[in-house]
Design a protein around this ligand. Structure first.
Ligand code: FE
Length: 255
């Protein structure tokens, strides 16, 4: 399995606190059947700044450490980038970067809203031949309140990544149901652990795929796994037309 979003690099953000924990996370990933991880430290989120060049260096050092310890895990460099004012300029200047050098870029919003001007940003990224992947939309207040705003972004060409722990119910029942609704509505394209540690936010990819298989069936699992593979190989991703299907609980809750 391939993991496209993780905070495995030591001491860069609120993920692995030191090398020991990062190695421990790597061992857990391998035990679950993960062979490739994109390291995506937070960038420009108001607390952490991790320029592309420093992430590259850290990935190289960490990969050497894993090789030395015979841990069979490939690490690629990426960032989880908070949408910020200079995003486009910084991408051009290569201070911000994509997932593993591909056309795909992992973006996050503040937890309570969609970043301002996001429709234009999706358009500008496309002019640069880049494809945004919106991280954990199921945990964004504005999207939960108004999923058609996410639908608009996906119709414009954005992809989205839901979190393994959301599918597993670790953030509560309503986020779990909403996550499944996003999948059913073709508004999710990847599942990722967004692993931060080995305690409360570890790698949970195989469990999450099992949950997805049980709830929605095999085709969802193979599509999501195939999409992650296509990111690593920088191949284009075909998507199904998104249609927001209002579930009964949502209609009731909004009325
Ligand atoms: Fe993250």
């Amino acid at each position: 399995m391939i993991e496209i979003h993780s905070h495995i690099l030591p001491d860069l953000d609120d993920g692995a606190s030191d090398l020991d924990q990062a190695v421990h996370m790597a061992r857990e990933a391998v035990e679950q059947g993960i062979h490739t991880v994109i390291a995506t430290p937070h960038h420009e989120n108001g607390r952490f700044t991790n320029d592309a060049s420093s992430v590259e260096l850290q990935v190289k050092a960490f990969q050497e450490e894993l090789n030395r310890r015979n841990i069979p895990l490939h690490i690629h460099a990426g960032q989880e980038i908070r949408v910020y004012r200079d995003l486009i300029e910084d991408l051009e200047a290569q201070r911000s970067t994509t997932l593993g050098g591909s056309r795909y870029i992992l973006l996050e919003f503040p937890s309570d809203q969609i970043s301002k001007g996001m429709n234009e940003i999706v358009y500008e990224l496309q002019l640069m031949k880049l494809v945004p992947i919106i991280a954990h939309p199921e945990r964004n207040r504005e999207i939960v309140d108004n999923p058609t705003k996410l639908l608009e972004l996906v119709q414009l060409g954005a992809l989205t990544q839901v979190t393994a722990h959301s599918l597993l119910g670790h953030f509560g029942k309503s986020i779990q149901s909403f996550t499944l609704d996003l999948c059913r509505s073709n508004l999710a394209h990847f599942v990722s652990s967004d692993a931060h540690n080995t305690t409360n936010r570890g790698f949970a990819l195989s469990e999450a795929y099992d949950a997805l298989r049980n709830e929605l069936g095999d085709p969802y699992v193979s599509t999501f796994q195939n999409n992650a593979n296509r990111v690593i190989h920088n191949l284009s991703i075909e998507t199904q037309s998104p249609v927001w299907m209002k579930p009964k609980w949502f209609q009731f809750w909004k009325s």
